[in-house]
Ligand binder design. Structure first.
Ligand SMILES: Cc1cc2nc3c(=O)[nH]c(=O)nc-3n(C[C@H](O)[C@H](O)[C@H](O)COP(=O)(O)O)c2cc1C
Length: 206
C-alpha cells in the first residue's frame, strides 16, 4: 500500500497529521534531518531547565532485531530506519546541573543554585527522584513526535518492551527510567484515524 504523504507547515498540521505508524519506507534516514529533529526536541521545557532526557539513537539492524525481541516482537522496531530510545537520567542531571545554568551567571550564583537544586532532591530515594526526572523527559518525548512530523517524518511511541532487557542491551545504568521507544522514519502506511474523547469529556471549565 502506498501511504499518503502529508506535509505539515504549521504545528496545528503537525499535530493533526501525526498518527502512530508501524510500517516505514525502507531507506536510511537523512542524518541532518535526524539531528534537526533531536535539536528541536531539545528545546522542550523542563523544571529548573534540568533537561533530564537522554536519547540512544539506534540505526543498526542487528541491535534493532534484539530490541524487537525485547519489545514482544513488535515489527515496527525493525521496520523503522531508526529507533530512538528516550530515557531520563536524573542522577546524571543532578551530578551535572551546573551545565544547565547560563554562562552569564556568576560563579558564586552557580554554586548556590547547584547546591540548592541538589538539596531539593537529597531527601528522595533514587526511584522517587527518577520519577520526577521522567516527568520532564516525557515532555521531550512529545516534542520529538511533533518535531519529526514537522520535518515530514513519522513515529510510533512505545512502552511495550521489557525495560531491564533494553537497559542490558544498551548498557544503561539501572536507575534510568524510560519515556519510551520511538521508531522513526517515513510512513509506508496511513495509520488509523484519530479516535478521541470530546473536549467536554476531558476538560472541566471553572
Ligand atoms: C506512552 C505510549 C506507549 C505506547 N506503546 C505502544 C506500543 O508498545 N506498541 C504500539 O504499537 N503502540 C503503542 N502506542 C501507540 C498507541 O496505541 C497510540 O498512540 C494510540 O492508539 C493513539 O493512536 P495514534 O497515535 O495513531 O493517534 C503507545 C502510545 C503511547 C503514548
Amino acid at each position: 500500500m502506498t501511504a499518503t504523504q502529508i506535509h505539515p507547515s504549521t504545528v496545528k498540521e503537525a499535530i493533526e497529521t501525526r498518527r502512530s505508524i508501524r510500517k516505514f519506507v525502507q531507506e536510511p534516514l537523512d542524518q541532518n534531518d535526524l539531528r534537526e529533529i533531536l535539536r528541536l526536541a531539545s528545546l522542550a521545557p523542563s523544571a529548573n531547565n534540568v533537561q533530564t532526557w537522554r536519547v540512544a539513537v539506534i540505526q543498526n539492524p542487528d541491535l534493532q532485531t534484539k530490541l524487537q525481541e525485547a519489545s514482544y516482537n513488535q515489527g515496527q522496531v525493525t521496520s523503522a530506519p531508526a529507533v530512538l530510545v528516550v530515557y531520563s537520567d536524573m542522577e546524571d542531571a543532578l551530578n551535572t546541573i551546573e551545565q544547565t545554568l547560563p554562562a552569564s551567571m556568576s560563579e558564586e550564583e552557580r554554586k548556590t543554585r547547584a547546591e540548592g537544586f541538589r538539596k531539593n532532591f537529597a531527601g528522595m530515594d533514587t526511584a522517587q527522584r527518577g520519577q520526577w526526572g521522567l516527568a520532564q523527559a516525557n515532555i521531550a518525548f512529545g516534542f520529538l513526535m511533533l518535531a519529526a512530523r514537522s520535518l515530514d517524518y513519522d513515529t510510533v511511541p512505545m512502552l511495550g518492551f521489557q525495560p531491564e532487557k533494553v537497559k542490558e542491551l544498551l548498557g544503561l545504568p539501572e536507575h534510568v527510567q524510560f519515556a519510551g521507544l520511538l521508531p522513526l522514519g517515513k510512513r509506508a502506511e496511513d495509520g488509523f484515524p484519530h479516535h478521541r474523547h470530546d473536549v467536554e469529556r476531558v476538560a472541566t471549565f471553572y
